[in-house]
Design a protein around this ligand. Sequence first.
Ligand code: EPU
Length: 416
Amino acid sequence: MDKIKVIGQQRLSGKIYISGSKNSVVSLLPAAILTDECVIEKVPHISDVDNLEEILRYLNVKFSLESGTIYIDNGDILNKPIGEEYSSKLRASYYFMGALLSRFKKVEISFPGGCNIGKRSFDFHLMGFEKLGAEITIKDNLYIIKADELKGAVIDLPFPSVGATVNIILASVMAKGVTVINNAAREPEIENLIEFLNSMGAKIKGVNTNRLEIDGVSKLSGGKIKVIPDRIEAGTYILAGVMNGDDLEICNVEAKHLTSFFEVLDKMGANYKIIGDRVITNKTLNLKPVNIETNVYPGFATDLQQPITTLLLQANGISVLKENIYENRFQNVQYLNEMGADIEILGDTIKVYGPSLLKGKLVRTSDLRAGAALVLAALSASGETTITDIKHLLRGYSDLIKKLSNVGAKIWLIDE
Ligand code: EPU
């Protein structure tokens, strides 16, 4: 069941509801172990969540999931070494570094997994733990991080890393004294995490700014949060609508999280309308080429770089797209070219020569957002496309096949 088939060029109409954000929930679940009991609503149906639940189960955390709401009880939690069989399934397993260090002052965890889209080192996370007073030993792939006491510190991040910001918040929330994170990431998912921790009694100030101030508290208790809508999933389906929509409605969208994305669509002349939390999209002809650079929030999200490349294929002229966050996030290009695109890779930049007529082919998903780019390509290509290795897609797109089938796409899993 690791392949999907798509018959392209169907018009899409009806409603697609956006699920809770992957990049939020993957920090909220590790954060949940910092309290006694808590509730997380709007949990998406993705394999990254399944894999984090596996880790919670292994740590003897009790939880139940009912209609997207997870109830967590940490009454019997145990601090156990998290081996590679758990950690390598996703990137965010490393948020248990910050969370377990915070709760038990000691953590043993193997190297994390995640998409192969660049170096993705986590030296800033480790530097942050050390500043808080932790000692780190690395044996092969095992990270042993411990502290007699965690003490507040001023931490200047060399780059506003999402992961480092999350891990340092988790580690410092019960440290003694005040921690300041300068040059912190301010992605909406960080705001979601801070709201959750503050609902447990944490004292974190500076939401939505690059300077976070965390006044350590001795204990956290309770906690409730709703996962914000996934801005990348929303962007992906909006692109599907601009390519193939017939009044396709994308519902539960937080439009303010997608400002840079909408600016690009405006420049291209895309046909879409925002009405409250819905975005109504229509197939747009005569799209204009555009230049895009990815950047940290509120810049154009790197996670939408690969999906929007598929739209650029339909523009009349040359678009230029520069990737500033990751070194290896163009693995979709080879397959798009095999489907009939004309894209040239020049280091950290691609040149997309539009318009191209795509034809269905056998293609492979190399990473999550490359997979999304290929699904978009398959939906607008003539004929049949088979996409293999869709496990990457299932990590981050909740009920992808069901959502697209419901609006008229011909897409199904192949059971072989
Ligand atoms: N970096 C370092 N050292 C560090 C941390 C980061 O050099 O200690 C570099 C990375 O190598 C990368 C850049 O800084 O080149 C950005 O990394 P960041 O830490 O901000 O990203 P991340 O936390 O690893 C999260 C999302 C990504 C998303 C980025 C940027 C999660 C689990 N992942 O990754 O999501 O692309 O932020 O917004 O939240 C995806 O959803 O497809 C995805 C890859």
